[in-house]
Design a protein around this ligand. Sequence first.
Ligand code: DON
Length: 577
Amino acid sequence: MGAGVTVTPSVGGTARATLAAPRIAPRVPARFPEGWRLPSGASATFAPNAMAVSNSLPASEAAVEILKRGGNAVDAAVALGFALAVSWPEAGNIGGGGYMVIRLADGRTAAIDYREVAPLAATRDMYLDANGKLTDKSIVGHLASGVPGAVAGMAHALERYGTMSLRDVMQPAIRLAREGFVVDTGLASSIRNSERVRQFEGASVFFPNGQPLVAGTRLVQPDLARTLQAIAERGPAGFYRGWVADSLVAEMQRGGGIITTQDLAQYTPRERRPIRSSYRGFTLLAMPPSSSGGVTMTESLNILETWPSLGAHGSTPWYHAVASAYQRAFIDRNSKLGDPDFVPVPLEQLTSKSYAQALRRTISETRATPTRDVDATMQALPREPMNTTHYSVVDAAGNAVATTTTLNGSWGSGVWVRGAGFFLNNEMDDFAAQPGMPNMFGLVQGEQNAIQPGKRMLSAMSPTIVLDSAQQVLLVVGAAGGPTIITGTSQVILNVIDHRMNLADAMRAPRLHHQALPDSLTIEIGGVAPAVQDSLRAMGWALRPLRSLVNVNAIMRVPGGWEGVYEPRRTGGASGH
Ligand code: DON
């Protein structure tokens, strides 16, 4: 078994390479509780050279089109990102932001932070009413939007790490917008359930004649095609200046929003160093703040590594250990993290193995710890439907890209930019709009994440690349689902590393979630054996069953190529060549 790529004539390009097999223990068949609705043993999509996985098949195919034309994984990921803004508009976007983790076959890594920022006119208490009560203005309507970062971020990634022009990689997206694509069942159901879209101008596109678009309809978006064309021709200036920017600002002024031409003109993505951590001999490259994803995942996995073995997947000790680790990591996340350009963040401490040892000593082997024992101020309840989207791309040279992007809630703030054809985010709700009060995900966050002009709101997005002991890309993974992104992404990693599942089983395995507050252990209905539920309750866990947890899209190296799996609980597409 050779290490790394055996033939790499050009690292940034796409020259054919023979991928070495992963350095990983043999896979074993997974065993899930009887009656679990996603039985083990399903197969993944296999491709020998390259792979793209997302929540939209046309968008994954856009990436493969670019890979086949000689683009590398970054070229393809940027093509995919723009295509998602057309074919998965509830979450794919140009009016939002995201995070991209890159690992090139020559060992270079990057973490690109293109999170939205608070507008310059934002204030700490802008979402409180005259009586100091929190309103819903951080969620619905024009005031809810941060300054979008998606276009600047994707253009930055392409310029630094891609090989093709923006104009070329955007062609598939422009074609999808101009010529249309067929609405699938996932998109149709999302439109049907999007009450918010009906309230704003996007209704003319998604509810023609007042009726939601149904599956099978061809959706053509000429305004969006013109906007994408402007970006393809002028780069980020096609979005942040000129008629698209003017349309966005006019929309703001029409609806009482505060984003100005100055906000748009000065938006800049940040390139950061990925958090590099280890877990049982594997290396994780994860997103640093302004996302909490990498820190919280690293802290959780460091705690879990203190057990020589986690026990059988789905057993009582397994649920107890995994939930206890998440609970502690989220307590730190919610109180200590924020935008590192504005507040000090104790990165070293939170990601250190010795700190994890100390936290491990607070976990009883027999009893759940109530979160209030640790922090008595926290109380929370979740609200709101939601959507984000993650995509993973790898190429034949072994370059890998993990990207998560979002408008925050499904269809963002609902506000649609007239004439330019896209939705705006409601990312301002990811701030602690009132420190100590829950946001729409029930997250209770502190002063570190209070609103300030120009500041990035704390995120949970966790695009992650896992390397094997030979430092080859093993897994490219990430998710949608607010705080469950962190727990869902890390469980796919646990399933592969600890439980030796293949990727299909790792994605189908029942999931759990704990975020400190609400102080409940969320489980998937049908995913936990009744006897295990009884023993967890007896240990003091408050179980909260949900139909479905997290939307993950992942790629894994296998002998001879790659396997791709889109979220089995949702719709999507894995496409390769
Ligand atoms: O950045 C964040 O953590 C959130 N805005 C993500 C929102 C999300 O994943 C919604 N869900 N599917």
